[in-house]
Design a protein around this ligand. Structure first.
Ligand SMILES: Nc1nc2c(ncn2[C@@H]2O[C@H](COP(=O)(O)OP(=O)(O)OP(=O)(O)O)[C@@H](O)[C@H]2O)c(=O)[nH]1
Ligand SMILES: [Mg+2]
Length: 243
């Protein structure tokens, strides 16, 4: 089988109610794309749903992780698996339908002239978020301003996880040495891409809050996100040379 030029990586934890619909919508638009779902042994059986769909879809893959769950480790594992397929582009997105497949076309289009394309909730100072409680919006807006101030990243949406990477650009950031566990992963990878001089472009998306399933936001993850920008700018998180 010829491998797909586009590989889509989706981390999941308890997304049984969302994952089948997402995969169906992706397939309807992108019959040839590789889809890699990386599940952290979800108690709700998310992985079984995917495995059943994969039985009749040779380009859909489930990676089952065991042990301590980690958003970032999951995405890294999925991305490494994707890169081994030698694609042109690797897309990362959430499973909860906040990241709608309708925008993938825009991401891919922009990626013809960029190394990293970010599906952005905050392009041009407009806030494109639907159904978020004010507290959640404030947390996100504050988190973005906080990270931007410390890191000086020239990007509006530094924490978003709907992205399209040119494969060479993703290889260049050395995923195996990423330190983050939670959503700080988004900032860490973006920071590395920026430091390497990658061309980074934002395209607007409308972000819709999940209808089904529960958030995995936790105090530990927020704390990590508060500390990570500092370790990045202080150089404690840059990859060691592999001598
Ligand atoms: N494999 C894996 N996936 C995870 C983990 N935590 C979250 N995810 C997935 O990562 C994506 C983003 O997580 P969400 O819980 O939606 O995070 P969020 O968008 O900040 O929170 P919500 O506002 O509730 O949507 C979803 O597809 C989750 O299922 C984890 O520990 N392991
Ligand atoms: Mg979400």
């Amino acid at each position: 089988m010829r491998e797909s030029a586009v590989q889509i990586v989706i981390p999941t934890y308890n997304e049984r109610e969302n994952i089948a619909r997402l995969i169906a919508e992706l397939r309807a638009r992108y019959p040839d794309a590789g889809i890699i779902v990386v599940d952290d042994d979800s108690p709700d059986g998310t992985a079984d749903v995917v495995e059943m769909m994969a039985a009749s879809d040779s380009r859909l893959r489930i990676l089952r992780r065991r042990g301590r769950r980690s958003f970032a480790r999951s995405v890294v594992e999925g991305m490494l698996w994707a890169l081994a397929r030698e694609p042109q582009f690797v897309i990362q997105m959430d499973a909860d339908l906040s990241h709608h497949p309708q925008y993938i076309g825009d991401l891919l289009h922009a990626a013809t002239e960029a190394d990293l394309v970010i599906g952005s909730r905050y392009v041009g100072r407009r806030v494109n978020v639907v159904n978020w409680p004010l507290s959640r919006l404030l947390l996100s807006v504050f988190a973005n301003a906080y990270v931007r101030t410390i890191t000086r990243l020239p990007v509006f949406d530094v924490t978003g996880g709907f992205r399209c990477w040119r494969a060479e650009a993703l290889r260049a950031i050395d995923l195996s040495s990423i330190r983050s566990e939670g959503y700080a992963f988004q900032v860490e990878t973006l920071y590395r891409a920026h430091r390497l001089g990658h061309r980074i472009v934002e395209v607007p998306i409308l972000f819709t809050e999940r209808n089904a399933g529960a958030s995995k936001m936790s105090a530990r993850i927020i704390l990590e996100s508060a500390i990570r920008p500092w370790t990045l700018v202080l150089g404690r998180s840059t990859p060691k040379s592999h001598g």
